[in-house]
Unconditional design. Structure first.
Length: 336
C-alpha cells in the first residue's frame, strides 16, 4: 500500500515539475504568448520575485543567473522537486489552477477538417486540418487558422489535448496521435499506430540526396509512448513497442516485434525480430533475432544476433551470435 502511495506521489511530482518547466518557458519566451497562459506564467514570476529567484526589468521577467545556470541539471531538478513540494504552497496552488484552466481549454475543439483539401492516399482519402484556436505544443505556437498535415478522420488526431500534426505529414487508418504529441513535417503514420505523449521531428540533412519527402515512416501496429524521435530516414514498423526512449539520427530501422524501453537508439542502427532493449544505448549497430539487452549496456558498431543476452556490457566493433549470456564485461573487436 505504501509503495503504491509513494509511486503516486512520485508521478504527481513529475507532472508538477513538467508544468513548472512549461510555465518557466512561457515566462521567459516572449514568442510563446497565449494571453491566458501568459497570465499564469507572470503570476509564477511574481512568486519567484518573492523568493529572490527572479527579478523584473521593464515588465520583463528574468531568472537570476545563479538559478538559470543549473535549472536543467540534476541539481536543478532537485531544486524543482523542492519548489513543487508542500514547502511552497503558493506554487502548488498556482500549478493546480493552471492545470484546471488547461483542462477547460482542452474541452474546446482545436482543429477542423478541410474537406476542400483532399488527398487520395493509401487507398483512402485524407484531409488537411486547420487550427481553430491558439495553443502551444512542444515549444511551438500554433495560431488559429494555421494549416496542419493530413488526417483521414478526427479519430487520427485527438481533439481534447494539444496534439498536432504539421504540414507535410499524414496520419491515416486507425492510427491515433494523442496525449500532447507533436508530429513535425515529413512523417507518414498509418495502420493502427499509437503516438502517445511523443515528439517526432524530421531533421534536415543536406549531405543525403533523398528522392522522397516522407523520411520518417511509422506503420503497422506500432506504439510510441513518452518518447522522442528526431532524425531522417527512420522506419519503425511491424508491432514495435517503444517507450520512454530516444530515437535520434539517420538510417534507423526498427521492425518485427522489438520492445525498446528507457533506451537511446542512434544512427545507422537496425533492430528487429523480437529483440528486447531496456535502459541501454545502441549506436550504429544491428540487433536481431531474440536478443535481450539490459542495464546500461552500450552497443557500438556491432552485430548482435540469435538469442544473445547482455547485461551491463559495453560492446564495440564486435560480432556476437548464438545463444550466449554476457554480463559485466567490455568487449572490443570480439567475434564469436
Amino acid at each position: 500500500m505504501n509503495q503504491e502511495k509513494d509511486s503516486t506521489e512520485v508521478k504527481i511530482m513529475k507532472e508538477n515539475i513538467k508544468i513548472l518547466d512549461e510555465l518557466i518557458t512561457i515566462l521567459l519566451n516572449n514568442k510563446l504568448i497565449i494571453p491566458w497562459q501568459k497570465e499564469y506564467a507572470n503570476r509564477l514570476g511574481d512568486i519567484f520575485i518573492k523568493y529572490n529567484i527572479c527579478k523584473k526589468n521593464k515588465n520583463k521577467y528574468e531568472i537570476s543567473k545563479t538559478y538559470l545556470s543549473f535549472l536543467d541539471t540534476p541539481v536543478g531538478n532537485s531544486f524543482k522537486e523542492v519548489l513543487v513540494s508542500t514547502s511552497y504552497p503558493d506554487i502548488n496552488n498556482l500549478i493546480a489552477e493552471y492545470l484546471d484552466a488547461k483542462k477547460e481549454d482542452m474541452k474546446t475543439k482545436k482543429y477542423k477538417l478541410l474537406k476542400s483539401s483532399t488527398l487520395s492516399y493509401n487507398h483512402t482519402y485524407v484531409y488537411k486540418i486547420e487550427a481553430l484556436k491558439d495553443f502551444i505544443i512542444n515549444d511551438n505556437l500554433i495560431h488559429k487558422g494555421d494549416i496542419g498535415g493530413y488526417i483521414e478522420s478526427e479519430n487520427n488526431l485527438c481533439q481534447n489535448d494539444y496534439s498536432w500534426i504539421c504540414k507535410g505529414s499524414i496520419a491515416s487508418g486507425t492510427s491515433k496521435i494523442k496525449n500532447n504529441s507533436f508530429v513535425g513535417a515529413g512523417v507518414d503514420i498509418c495502420n493502427n499506430v499509437i503516438i502517445d505523449n511523443t515528439s517526432i521531428i524530421k531533421m534536415p540533412n543536406k549531405s543525403i540526396n533523398i528522392p522522397f519527402d516522407k523520411t520518417i515512416i511509422i506503420r503497422n501496429d506500432v506504439q510510441l509512448i513518452n518518447s522522442d524521435i528526431q532524425g531522417n530516414i527512420i522506419f519503425i514498423n511491424d508491432n514495435a513497442r517503444i517507450s520512454d526512449s530516444k530515437i535520434h539520427g539517420e538510417q534507423i530501422r526498427i521492425i518485427r516485434n522489438p520492445i525498446i524501453s528507457a533506451s537511446t537508439i542512434r544512427n545507422k542502427t537496425f533492430i528487429s525480430d523480437n529483440s528486447f532493449i531496456e535502459h541501454s544505448q545502441i549506436i550504429e549497430s544491428i540487433i536481431n533475432n531474440y536478443v535481450e539487452i539490459y542495464n546500461e549496456s552500450c552497443i557500438v558498431n556491432s552485430h548482435i544476433s540469435e538469442s544473445v543476452w547482455l547485461d551491463k556490457a559495453y560492446i564495440s566493433s564486435s560480432q556476437i551470435k548464438g545463444n550466449r549470456k554476457i554480463q559485466n564485461i567490455n568487449l572490443h573487436k570480439y567475434y564469436s
